[in-house]
Design a protein around this ligand. Structure first.
Ligand SMILES: *[C@@H]1O[C@H](CO)[C@@H](O)[C@H](O)[C@H]1NC(C)=O
Ligand SMILES: *[C@@H]1O[C@H](CO)[C@@H](O)[C@H](O)[C@H]1NC(C)=O
Ligand SMILES: *[C@@H]1O[C@H](CO)[C@@H](O)[C@H](O)[C@H]1NC(C)=O
Ligand SMILES: *[C@@H]1O[C@H](CO)[C@@H](O)[C@H](O)[C@H]1NC(C)=O
Ligand SMILES: *[C@@H]1O[C@H](CO)[C@@H](O)[C@H](O)[C@H]1NC(C)=O
Ligand SMILES: *[C@@H]1O[C@H](CO)[C@@H](O)[C@H](O)[C@H]1NC(C)=O
Ligand SMILES: *[C@@H]1O[C@H](CO)[C@@H](O)[C@H](O)[C@H]1NC(C)=O
Length: 744
């Protein structure tokens, strides 16, 4: 029936001479009026595309430029796909004549500017996708003719700044995606003229403060995504005033403090996501009577008397809360919500904070201070956000005279060469100090004197080769220390001794050759150590640590440092990618087998994995990266029953009877793993999971559909040795392994 109808339609069109000839390199479905000319290296739009065409797919060509009126002969187009066309320019009037177009995809090109008239004539357009370009600039008026547009995606570009009225004319746009750019400033009227906007995605940008004024323009906003921005503090002054807002995501920012009144002008807020910030606590939030969900997971919550007001508020207001206590020790790992009021007490030293009345997380600047806030010349001090910045001002000396309530001081990209004693007077409330890329060779004794509240110290990308205890004296609260991209040849042992609270230490891209874990003796609370991209060939044993993440990737290790792992019983993530391991020995991960959840072994030149190499690792392991190795076979994997991701791409698997257990295991696993046969030749390129023909003749094959045969009955002694040829590079698609939905 369908066919006949289609055929007669086609005939009818052909009779009227409208079907046109199909360009040789395209595939035309003139019944549905679809034409596809994918990946043909076309440098211009073919001229003989049937005029009636509604959907045109030109993905993967080499058009480079769309000249004016390029589609004038295709007035019926509704869908146009121009992804991956190496586009550098869209000329003014390029789409003129496409008054019926409702979908235009320009993603994954090289566009860096969008000119004013480039999108003229697209009055019916409903979706415009500009993702994955290099847009740095949007000229005013670029979108002014898109009055029907519902979705505009500008994600994954290089936008830094949005000027006033950028989106003028987008009267019907409901969702604006600006995720994954480098936005750090939004002009106050940048988001004006978007009366229909309901959802705004600004996650993964560089916002250091909330652009409250700009964000309050689209007043119908219901959902706002601001996660993954380097925001450190939010308060009422930030001025978020969104009457209709229901969902607000502020996850994975760098929040250290949130003021009680921050959301007071968002009365309909129902869900607030604050997960993975650095909040030690939260005051009861004011004016959010409809809040139902508050996600605090992944924050270092301090569950003592100071947490009581929060606890009481969430209980009273029936806000469902996620969040685990990090401190005090007795409550570590407990859910705040599950505690009883009497659990939340403070050690009675004197009568300090005795009954939990004192909750103000940090003293605020008195209101009167504001008008007269001091600030050094060349710097900007914001009394509202309590941030002061002199970034990239060519300074040779550290200025003084910052407001005494400054919490974040940004001195990045100056030229200090050394930091002498007492460089930061009067900054007793400083929490975060940025000294990245300052050409610093030396931190003098007492350099940080007086910074008693400092939690974050950024010294990345300097010329440091050592750090003395005296240099860090006076910063007992320091938890995050960034020393990456310097010239360290060993761990700064002495300095670590005066940092009892250190939580995370970054030393990636230095010149370490030997990692002496013994140097961490003073850092009992260290949870994360990153020494990737050094030149480490040996890891020495050390004292027991609470380390949860160890980044040892991109070093020169030839064996798994099993002995050093003995001291790390809490290790959850171990990164060994990019080391020349070649072989995994039996019991390699035994010391951390009970805790390990994520294991990275990709790109480690592995040729062989001993049958007992993963001994002990089992249901606990959730991700396993083994791609880009030289593996022809794998040991039994049946013990891994909870994997959510396993990557086996780019290994030269030998699909013979020895691999039957793997084939079988994969057959029962609904994860995409990317394992491909390289040998024997007739199976080359087939997925191990699908290469049934390679295994049919194997002993034990028949039982496949019936009872499960214990893998040990199948397994033969492995003989994976022998000379290996260079693996043919296997073409890897973009598809990532998916989360499985059920277990075997
Ligand atoms: C496109 O060009 C590339 C590189 O010049 C070539 O390898 C490929 O075969 C060409 N594709 C077609 C369909 O002509
Ligand atoms: C909070 O975030 C965690 C971590 O992503 C998630 O597992 C949890 O389900 C979230 N809780 C709520 C209430 O949404
Ligand atoms: C800051 O200094 C002023 C005097 O200049 C003082 O009155 C005020 O209490 C100080 N504030 C803080 C938070 O220490
Ligand atoms: C940085 O400061 C040093 C002296 O401390 C000076 O020699 C050098 O020229 C300065 N570099 C720049 C780029 O100003
Ligand atoms: C770093 O400091 C040295 C001397 O201390 C100077 O020669 C060099 O120019 C400085 N580099 C930069 C980028 O400022
Ligand atoms: C790395 O260490 C090896 C010795 O283990 C040495 O030969 C090599 O020069 C080092 N490379 C760098 C970049 O330091
Ligand atoms: C290993 O895999 C991870 C996750 O895909 C990736 O981020 C990392 O760059 C890889 N490392 C190497 C050395 O290939």
């Amino acid at each position: 029936m369908w066919k006949i109808l289609g055929l007669s339609m086609l005939l009818a069109l052909a009779c009227r001479g409208l079907a046109g000839r199909c360009p040789q390199i395209c595939v035309c479905d003139n019944i549905r009026r679809h034409v596809s000319c994918r990946r043909q290296n076309l440098t211009e739009v073919p001229v003989t595309i049937p005029q009636m065409t509604q959907r045109l797919d030109l993905q993967g060509n080499a058009l480079k430029v769309i000249p004016p009126e390029a589609f004038l002969s295709l007035p019926y187009l509704t869908h146009l796909d121009l992804r991956h066309c190496q586009l550098e320019r869209v000329e003014e009037g390029a789409f003129r004549g496409l008054g019926r177009l409702i979908y235009l995809n320009l993603a994954s090109n090289h566009l860096s500017v969008l000119y004013q008239e480039a999108l003229g004539g697209l009055g019916s357009l409903r979706q415009l996708v500009l993702e994955n370009n290099q847009l740095e600039e949007i000229r005013p008026g670029a979108f002014s003719q898109l009055g029907s547009l519902g979705l505009l995606s500008l994600a994954h570009n290089s936008l830094v700044y949005l000027p006033d009225m950028t989106f003028q004319g987008l009267l019907q746009t409901r969702w604006l995606r600006l995720s994954h750019n480098a936005l750090n400033v939004l002009a106050p009227e940048a988001l004006a003229g978007l009366p229909g906007l309901r959802r705004l995605s600004l996650d993964h940008n560089e916002l250091q403060t909330l652009p409250g004024e700009a964000l309050s323009r689209p007043d119908g906003l219901v959902q706002l995504e601001l996660g993954h921005n380097p925001l450190t503090y939010l308060g009422e002054e930030d001025g978020l005033a969104l009457q209709a807002l229901r969902d607000l995501a502020l996850d994975h920012a760098a929040l250290q403090d949130v003021g009680a009144g921050t959301f007071a002008r968002c009365p309909h807020l129902r869900s607030l996501d604050l997960q993975s910030n650095q909040l030690g606590g939260l005051p009861p939030l004011e004016g959010v009577g409809q809040l139902r969900k508050l996600n605090l997971s992944g924050n270092p919550l301090m569950c003592d008397c100071a947490a009581r007001p929060l606890w009481e508020w969430v209980a009273r207001a029936r806000v469902q809360t996620d969040g685990l206590c990090l401190e005090p020790r007795r409550l570590k790992g407990e859910a705040l919500e599950s505690l009883r009021a009497k659990d939340l007490y403070c050690q009675r030293q004197g009568d300090k904070q005795e009954e939990g009345e004192k909750v103000a997380p940090r003293p605020r600047a008195p209101e009167e201070d504001r008008a007269t806030t001091p600030c050094p010349a060349a710097c900007v001090c914001s009394p509202d956000s309590q941030h002061s910045s002199c970034e990239n001002k060519g300074l040779r000396l550290i200025p003084s005279g910052f407001p005494n309530h400054t919490q974040l001081l940004d001195l990045r990209r100056n030229n200090f060469s050394s930091i002498p004693k007492g460089s930061f007077p009067g900054l007793a409330h400083l929490v975060s100090l940025h000294l990245q890329s300052c050409n610093i060779t030396h931190l003098g004794p007492g350099a940080l004197n007086g910074l008693g509240q400092l939690v974050y110290l950024y010294l990345s990308n300097n010329q440091l080769s050592g750090l003395s205890a005296a240099a860090l004296q006076g910063t007992p609260q320091l938890r995050y220390l960034y020393l990456d991209r310097n010239h360290f040849t060993r761990l700064p042992r002495a300095a670590l001794k005066v940092l009892p609270k250190l939580f995370s230490l970054h030393l990636e891209h230095n010149a370490l050759q030997h990692l002496a874990m013994g140097d961490l003796a003073g850092a009992k609370g260290l949870h994360c150590l990153d020494v990737s991209g050094n030149n480490i060939s040996h890891v020495g044993p050390g004292p027991a640590l609470e380390l949860e993440k160890l980044h040892l990737d991109r070093n020169q290790l030839q064996t798994v440092p099993t002995a050093a792992l003995e001291a790390l019983p809490a290790l959850r993530e171990l990164y060994l990618s990019g080391n020349p391991l070649q072989v995994l020995e039996d019991q390699a991960f035994r010391p951390v087998a009970a805790s390990l959840q994520h294991l990275y072994l990709n790109g480690t030149r592995l040729q062989q994995i001993s049958p007992g190499a993963f001994a002990g690792l089992g249901p606990g392991l959730r991700t396993l990266y083994l791609e880009k190795n030289q593996l022809q076979t794998l040991p039994p994997m049946d013990g891994f029953t909870r994997l959510e991701l396993i990557n086996l791409r780019e290994n030269p698997f030998r699909c013979d009877c020895q691999l039957l257990p793997l084939h079988r295991w994969l057959a029962g696993l609904n994860l995409r793993v990317g394992a491909t046969c390289e040998f024997p030749v007739n199976a080359r390129g087939q997925k191990v999971k699908a290469a049934t023909a390679a295994f049919e003749a194997c002993p034990g094959w028949e039982t496949k559909k019936g009872r499960r045969v214990p893998p040990s009955a199948q397994r033969k002694t492995r003989k994976a040795g022998g000379k290996r040829k260079q693996a043919r590079p296997v073409k890897v698609g973009k598809a990532r392994p998916r989360k499985r939905t059920s277990h075997i």
